[in-house]
Design a protein around this ligand. Structure first.
Ligand code: HMG
Ligand code: MG
Length: 317
């Protein structure tokens, strides 16, 4: 591939110098594919993402294999990625663990970064975890405690922060309450999930203000936008203006959630990198290599990437 055109670099005031992209394509993306992707293809996907400069790649989930059959090969996949976590490449490979069983499976393979995943709403907690919000927090507490004892980094996802397909609008106070519970449990970082992509920038600002008022500042937060209504980039910019520097994204815009049918793909990593390059915000990502990876993955999945940037740059002749 020849070098792509790049946006003109025009920095804007009030933005961080650097953003860490938390790549979720292999987990959030592939968990939602109808076809199960062969383990070899997944391993190559993660290696290619790392080679494109992504330093945090969420690799898979140690959940119940019947609940998410697409990721049932976690035991087979994770060891194939071991070379990436060595001191030379230093890539972080977090994995999802819902309970002690998941933590045991992940740590047995050497995982050093794990994520629990709570919901701000009762309906999604039941559908995703077979538990109420309180019961799921009770399930996570010993996971986080043991992970911290063992020196692991723990991320706490919080889904349905901006709206829920069954319950509708979600009050800010309800989100803050569950975020506070995850933080008090010892999660090092929280990721605010717009699982069904309904957030708009003012809503993002309001939630970040409400969390800050509760002592949860931007330094401890990441944002996780799905792009259902085309708002993910605008929402990201709003979050960056609040000091957030960790942004979740999925190569090629893969993604969704098998337990929330109205969830479509995540913010595409390429669309994010294009915007950040224009703004002069460092990401360390090589856009050409990343686009080539998403085009390769789209071929494997038999459908084009929904990312506008992938589409534009892969048809640039
Ligand atoms: P459950 O059926 O209530 O499980 O599921 P249980 O605790 O009653 O145990 C039943 C059996 O499952 C037992 O086996 C356990 O050992 C086994 P038995 O004794 O009957 O033979 N089991 C496991 N096996 C393997 N690995 C495990 C495990 N745990 C129990 N970890 C459970 C509860 C949490 C396990 C289930 O609901 C589950 O796996 N859910 C995962 C759902 C999921 O992965 N959703 C997608 C990720 S969340 C998301 O996408 C949103 C996000 O992207 C952010 C956003 O966009 O908002 C993060
Ligand atoms: Mg998600």
């Amino acid at each position: 591939m020849t070098d792509s055109p790049l946006p003109m670099r025009v920095p804007a005031a009030g933005l961080p110098a650097r953003v860490r992209i938390h790549e979720v394509g292999p987990r959030d993306g592939l968990q939602n594919e109808k076809a199960t992707v062969p383990t070899d293809v997944k391993a190559e996907f993660v290696h290619r993402l790392a080679a494109a400069g992504l330093t945090t790649v969420e690799a898979t989930s140690f959940v119940h294999p019947k609940w998410v059959p697409q990721l049932a090969d976690a035991e087979d996949l994770y060891p194939r990625l071991a070379g990436l976590t060595g001191p030379e490449s230093g890539v972080r490979l977090p994995v999802l663990v819902p309970n002690i069983r998941g933590l045991d499976r992940a740590t047995a393979l050497g995982a050093r970064r794990v994520a629990v995943f709570a919901s701000a709403t009762e309906t999604f907690a039941r559908r995703n975890l077979n538990r109420t919000v309180a019961e799921s927090l009770a399930m996570f507490a010993p996971v986080v405690a043991r992970a911290k004892e063992e020196g692991l980094h723990v991320r706490g996802y919080l889904s349905m922060c901006f709206g829920d397909p069954w319950e509708g609008q979600v009050p800010l106070a309800q989100v803050v309450r569950t975020a506070r519970a995850l933080a008090d449990m010892g999660c090092d970082e929280l990721s605010l999930g717009d699982t069904i992509g309904v957030a708009t920038p003012g809503h993002v600002s309001a939630l970040l203000d409400a969390l800050a008022a509760d002592g949860l500042g931007a330094g401890r937060l990441g944002v996780h936008f799905h792009d259902t209504y085309g708002q993910a980039l605008a929402n990201t910019l709003a979050a960056l203006r609040h000091g957030v520097t960790t942004v979740d994204a999925s190569a090629g815009g893969l993604g969704g959630c098998p337990f929330a049918k109205s969830a479509t793909g995540n913010l595409a990593t390429e669309d994010l990198v294009w915007m950040l390059q224009g703004l002069g915000v460092e990401t360390g990502v090589d856009l050409d290599r990343l686009v080539a990876t998403s085009v390769w993955m789209a071929d494997r999945l038999g459908r084009p990437s929904p990312s506008r940037t992938v589409t534009a740059l892969s048809h640039k002749e």
